[in-house]
Design a protein around this ligand. Structure first.
Ligand code: NAD
Length: 255
């Protein structure tokens, strides 16, 4: 099986790290790209301790200059697979949503993936191979109150992926978006507390009445399911799957 260089933003934690672990186990070289330098180095070290091949780079996905530097740093390690995963959440009514937070969420989860795709796509095109996997969300296809910036960024990501899919029809490059419902990661743990405050509920009530309530399967999506779907998207069987939205939602949107 081919061994690829895989660049994973937000790869130091949660879903990004889970995808990194799975792809490292399959023999790919992992570039953990994260704004948190120490966490990125620790994550790359853990992959190496487990027999994988990995390195860490520090980057803020919103910063075009830092992205250009990282691309230079990786001149001898061409990126074959880009996983646009870095993300944050802010839960607040639009009325009081801080404008700088709105901007920050859009920058990290929509502008960042565009800047990184722009940085690595020319190399993929030149080598006639590339796979871009965006980590969207169930909130790429439905909305929830108090999440206006997140929902807007994640919906935007689908439009971005469809456009790039049309622009890469001439080469063996695909771009797709994974859209999970809730996954138990540090991002969601924080959100449970924030939602409890915003909705005047206990944390248990937030899990059962808000997070799992719309899902017929009433379960969190596991990181392993996402990692497995990412592995499928880079496999030969998926070479003609592009511009698609892969929804892992326990039946949420079947209603
Ligand atoms: P997490 O908080 O565990 O990890 C996010 C990582 O992104 C962290 O390591 C953080 O340092 C990094 N990061 C944040 N801002 C960055 C920036 N500007 N530049 C580079 N790195 C940055 O979160 P997670 O739950 O694993 O989320 C990963 C992705 O999955 C996000 O895009 C999130 O929106 C999406 N998602 C999560 C869930 C869920 O339930 N956890 C559900 C749907 C979608």
């Amino acid at each position: 099986m081919a061994s690829y260089n895989v660049f994973i933003t937000g790869g130091a934690s949660g879903i990004g790290y889970g995808i990194a672990e799975k792809l490292a186990e399959s023999g790919h070289h992992i570039i953990i790209a994260d704004i948190n330098q120490n966490a990125a180095q620790d994550a790359a070290q853990s992959l190496k301790n487990n027999g994988g091949s990995a390195q860490a780079v520090t980057v803020d996905v919103c910063d075009a200059e830092q992205i250009a530097q990282v691309r230079e740093q990786l001149a001898d390690t061409p990126v074959d697979i880009l996983v646009n995963n870095a993300g944050i959440q802010h839960v607040e009514k639009l009325d009081s949503f801080p404008p700088h937070k709105w901007q920050q969420l859009i920058n990290i989860m929509l502008v960042g993936p565009a800047l990184l795709t722009q940085a690595f796509l020319p190399g993929m095109r030149e080598r006639n191979f590339g796979r871009i996997i965006n980590v969207g969300s169930i909130h790429s296809v439905v909305a929830s109150p108090y999440k206006s910036a997140y929902v807007a960024a994640k919906h935007g990501l689908l439009g971005f992926a469809k456009t790039v899919a049309l622009e890469t029809g001439d080469c063996d490059v695909t771009i797709n978006t994974l859209c999970p419902a809730y996954v138990k990661t540090p991002l969601v743990e924080q959100q449970i507390a924030a939602q409890a405050k915003e909705n005047n509920l206990t944390e248990e009530e937030v899990i059962n009445k808000i997070m799992l309530e719309p899902m017929p399967k009433k379960q969190f999506i596991s990181i392993e399911e996402l990692a497995g779907t990412a592995a499928f998207l880079i496999s030969p069987a998926a070479r003609n799957i592009t511009g698609q939205t892969m929804i892992l939602d326990g039946g949420w949107t079947a209603r």
